[in-house]
Design a protein around this ligand. Structure first.
Ligand SMILES: Nc1nc2c(ncn2[C@@H]2O[C@H](COP(=O)(O)OP(=O)(O)O)[C@@H](O)[C@H]2O)c(=O)[nH]1
Ligand SMILES: [Mg+2]
Length: 206
């Protein structure tokens, strides 16, 4: 996209249009605790300019949003991130990032309707912020993969230790990612797609 142009934007650009070959659109939800990188992941991977509703964190959030380990974060997502990525000529994913803090759970109502699966982002410095989210997905029967976002200085645990700490069954894929990198974020989504495919082929694997 050429932002230098002085012409006013005239509706969606060609790059925003879906290829005519697209036959399937899939809804995927990106969840996880505060500051784990949801907005970053949707932003790095989206081929359309992601919609995001960040708001500067005010005193009102102090003591509610746990900022330990994320000191530099001065904005927080109050509602949703939205992005899109074409996996191939036929398949497009619509990404919905949503906050995992308890006070935003009303947003979860309806959000998972029609969603094929979810990505749970975790930060190993603050694993506990993703516990509730995982529990809620399990309750709802939404298939998910876990993506460990690599933050500098975050402890590196063997994946099997993380699996035990998060109390995940052996079938749930866990991958390490860097949400700032497009290829890495894309790999996370591909892992989810492969997992969903495996569940469709052998449903008893869930
Ligand atoms: N080093 C590093 N920083 C990241 C990564 N992902 C996100 N961040 C930073 O962590 C902060 C929180 O990320 P954000 O996407 O806003 O988290 P959200 O609350 O889950 O949407 C931001 O300052 C990001 O720039 C990552 O993979 N590595
Ligand atoms: Mg966010």
């Amino acid at each position: 996209m050429d932002f230098r142009s002085s012409e006013p934007p005239s509706g969606p650009s060609l790059a925003d249009a879906l290829p005519e070959t697209t036959t399937a659109a899939v809804k995927v939800v990106i969840v996880g605790g505060f500051g784990v990188g949801k907005t970053t992941l949707v932003g790095s991977v989206s081929e359309i300019r992601p919609l995001t509703t960040e708001e500067t964190m005010t005193q009102a959030g102090v003591g509610i949003d746990d900022t330990a380990g994320v000191e530099r974060k001065s904005s927080t997502t109050v509602a949703m991130d939205f992005g899109r990525i074409s996996i191939n000529e036929e398949l497009v994913l619509y990404l919905f990032g949503t906050p995992g803090q308890e006070r935003f759970w009303f947003l979860w109502r309806g959000l998972f309707e029609g969603a094929l699966g979810a990505v749970v982002l975790v930060d190993t410095r603050r694993l506990e912020v993703s516990f509730d989210v995982i529990g809620r997905l399990e309750e709802r029967g939404v298939p998910f993969v876990v993506a460990v976002n690599s933050f500098p200085g975050a402890p590196e645990h063997p994946l099997e230790e993380l699996r035990a700490a998060l109390d995940l069954p052996g079938s749930v894929p866990i991958v390490v990612c860097d949400a700032r990198r497009r290829d890495s974020s894309r790999d996370v989504l591909m892992t989810l797609m492969r997992y969903l495919h495996s569940l469709a082929v052998t449903p008893e694997a869930s």
